[in-house]
Design a protein around this ligand. Structure first.
Ligand SMILES: Nc1ncnc2c1ncn2[C@@H]1O[C@H](COP(=O)(O)OP(=O)(O)OP(=O)(O)O)[C@@H](O)[C@H]1O
Length: 242
């Protein structure tokens, strides 16, 4: 079900205004992600998606507006404090360590979620990404782009996030590798993980996301479920350049 009730809201950003110095990029953004929900953030290049993610994850502080995560106000908090509360972002560009092996990546950052048995053990992560288990001993700089992306996602999962954010996770990957990432997202969804995904492959997001939010010049111009987005192709041409 796509509707979120007050009780199940995991992340809620309200009336967010943000930008860089004097240049304002976001103008009153309201978004929410419910527990177990996959939310897609869409929009053409430069419309403010990454800036919104920076606000949510604490990389930049909002000029105005608030962010609530798991019931606590986190707007303007530092990225490490927000990460400790259970928000994990896989940023655009992967960011794996060149000299750490795959196995070391997955063990070094692992953190259980307080009060529950660890779901994403190293073994479970290798099951999710069999390619990584074949590359256990390889260093980050010996991996292909797709393998680095998988490792970045697996490393984020090893921290047992309450919300996983994927920023352009399929960017620049070969179609077959993209499919592996989609498959991974589908598995995570079926396991009840909450995910906020930014990606330009709208067609592929339709079966995966419960809800879609479209940004245009720093404002939310449309939001709805996959059936509504699928049915109105004028949104695709007007706002997504598809
Ligand atoms: N560090 C920065 N300093 C100044 N302006 C920035 C900075 N980063 C982004 N911008 C500007 O903010 C606006 C929104 O960019 P943002 O990266 O949030 O868009 P986006 O929707 O994520 O697009 P893309 O897919 O290209 O990353 C753009 O006009 C961009 O030029």
């Amino acid at each position: 079900m796509s509707t979120t009730t007050t009780k199940s809201i995991l992340l809620e950003a309200t009336a967010i205004e943000a930008g860089y110095g004097a240049s304002q990029v976001l103008f009153g953004i309201d978004v929410r992600v419910g527990a177990g929900e996959v939310m897609a953030l869409l929009g053409r290049n430069g419309m403010g998606k990454s800036t919104l993610l920076k606000v949510l994850t604490g990389t930049i502080a909002p000029m105005r507006g608030g962010v609530q995560f798991c019931g606590a106000a986190i707007g303007g908090h530092r990225p490490d404090a927000i990460a400790r509360r259970g928000m994990a972002i896989v940023p655009e560009g992967r960011h794996v360590f060149p000299n750490l092996s795959v196995d070391e990546h997955l063990r070094a950052f692992a953190r259980p979620r307080p009060g529950s048995a660890p779901r994403w053990t190293v073994e479970a992560l290798y099951k999710l990404f069999p390619r990584l288990s074949e590359r256990k001993a390889n260093a980050g700089n010996q991996l292909s782009g797709g393998e680095q992306q998988m490792l970045a996602i697996a490393r984020a999962l090893s921290t047992h996030p309450r919300l996983l954010i994927l920023d352009e996770a399929t960017e620049g990957l070969a179609p077959v590798i993209r499919e592996e990432i989609w498959h991974c997202i589908a598995t995570l969804k079926s396991e009840g993980e909450a995910i906020l995904v930014v990606d330009k492959y709208v067609q592929r997001l339709l079966p995966l996301a419960d809800r879609h939010v479209i940004l245009e010049r720093g404002r939310v111009v449309w939001q709805g479920d996959s059936a509504a987005l699928d049915a109105d192709r004028s949104l695709w041409t007007r706002y997504l350049g598809v």
